[in-house]
Design a binder for this molecule. Structure first.
Ligand code: AHG
Ligand code: MN
Ligand code: MN
Length: 315
C-alpha cells in the first residue's frame, strides 16, 4: 500500500512542491467531509452573490474556496492563489516558490442533486509569473467527490490515482493511468447544437451516424455536467470531452477557464497519453492573457481528438 506522502517523496526532492500537493490533498479531504453532510448542515443552494465570471455562487462554492484558502495560507511554499471564486490573485506571502490556480468546486450545478463534483488545481513556479503556458506546470491534479473520493495527480511523470480511505489517508490505487488510445464514447452538451461551429457539428454527426456512417463505428454519449466527473471517466476508460467555441460563447473565448480548468486537465490527460486542443492549437501551448481567461476545450483519447482536429482542419 502506497500513501500519497510516500508517493510524493518518490516523485520529487522538492519539499516545497510536495507540501503544496499535500495542502491541496488536505483541503480536499476536509471538503469531502463537508460535502458528505452538506444537506444536513443546510449548506445547499445559492450564496446570494455572483463571482467575477458573473455566475451565481453556491454556498458550497464559497465554503470550498475558504477551505482551500485556509490550507494554502498555512503553507509558506505558496506565494499566490488564483481561484475561480476570487476576482484577483491573492498574495499569501512573500518568498513562496509556488502559485496555485484552482477551481475549488467544479460542477457546482450538480451539488443539490448529489452528483459528482470536484476540485481542480494547477501548480506553477512563482518565478514564471501568473500567466504561464500550461506546459510550464510544476504539478496538476483534481479530486472527484463521487462514490469514492479520488485524487488524480501528476508531477511531471506518470498520472497517479489515490482514494481517500475511512481514516482520511490517501491510498494509491493506480500507479500510471493511461487514457485508451481509441474510444467509442463522446461527451458534449448537445443542447447547444444550434450554437455549434461546422467542425463540432461534423464531428458529432459523424459519431452519431454509427457503424454505417463515415466513422464506421458506433458511439455512445455521456455528459455529467461536472468537468471533473467527465474527465475522470475519460482518464479511466477513454472517450472525448468537448466544450468547443460556439456562437454563444465566442465573445468570451469559450466556456471553461484556461488556468484552473483547461490547463490542469490537459496536462493530466496528456501525461496519461491523451491529447488536448482547442481544435486548432494545443491547449498547453496557449499564452494566457488573463487569470480568468476562457478557452475552447477538446480532450481525451488521442484517436478521437485527432478526428475532431481533422474536422477543424477542413472547416
Ligand atoms: P463550475 O461549476 O466550476 O462553474 O464549472 C462548470 C463547468 C464544467 O464543470 C462543466 O463541464 C460545464 O461547466 C457544464 O456546462 P453546461 O452547463 O453548459 O453543461
Ligand atoms: Mn469548473
Ligand atoms: Mn467552480
Amino acid at each position: 500500500m502506497t500513501t500519497l506522502a510516500q508517493w510524493l517523496k518518490s516523485e520529487t526532492d522538492d519539499l516545497a512542491l510536495q507540501s503544496v500537493i499535500a495542502s491541496m490533498a488536505a483541503a480536499s479531504a476536509e471538503l469531502s467531509g463537508v460535502l458528505r453532510v452538506a444537506p444536513i448542515a443546510g449548506q445547499t443552494g445559492l450564496a446570494g452573490h455572483t463571482n467575477v465570471q458573473g455566475e451565481a455562487q453556491k454556498a458550497l462554492d464559497v465554503i470550498s474556496n475558504d477551505i482551500v484558502l485556509k490550507h494554502l495560507r498555512e503553507n509558506a511554499a505558496v506565494a499566490t492563489l488564483i481561484s475561480e471564486e476570487l476576482d484577483d490573485a491573492v498574495q499569501l506571502g512573500t518568498g513562496g516558490a509556488y502559485i496555485v490556480a484552482t477551481d475549488p468546486l467544479d460542477g457546482s450545478s450538480n451539488l443539490d442533486v448529489n452528483v459528482t463534483v470536484g476540485t481542480i488545481f494547477s501548480v506553477l513556479k512563482s518565478a514564471g509569473g501568473l500567466l504561464q503556458k500550461g506546459r510550464a506546470q510544476a504539478a496538476a491534479g483534481y479530486v472527484a467527490y463521487g462514490p469514492a473520493t479520488s485524487l488524480v495527480v501528476r508531477i511531471a511523470g506518470a498520472v497517479s490515482v489515490f482514494t481517500l480511505d475511512a481514516e482520511g489517508q490517501w491510498v494509491q490505487v493506480v500507479v500510471a493511468a493511461k487514457v485508451p488510445e481509441t474510444s467509442g464514447e463522446f461527451a458534449i452538451n448537445t443542447a447547444r447544437e444550434r450554437f455549434w461551429d461546422a467542425a463540432t457539428t461534423g464531428y458529432v454527426q459523424e459519431s452519431v451516424a454509427g457503424e454505417t456512417g463515415p466513422a464506421g463505428k458506433r458511439y455512445n454519449m455521456r455528459w455529467v455536467g461536472s468537468m471533473v466527473a467527465d474527465i475522470h471517466r475519460i482518464l479511466m476508460r477513454g472517450g472525448i470531452f468537448l466544450y468547443p467555441l460556439d456562437s454563444e460563447t465566442v465573445s468570451k473565448g469559450g466556456r471553461l477557464r484556461l488556468l484552473y480548468e483547461a490547463n490542469p486537465m490537459s496536462w493530466l490527460i496528456e501525461g496519461a497519453g491523451g491529447l488536448a486542443t482547442t481544435g486548432r492549437l494545443g491547449i498547453l501551448d496557449i499564452e494566457p492573457s488573463g487569470i480568468h481567461q476562457r478557452v475552447p476545450v477538446i480532450l481525451g483519447s488521442a484517436e478521437e481528438v485527432r478526428r475532431a482536429e481533422a474536422w477543424y482542419a477542413k472547416t
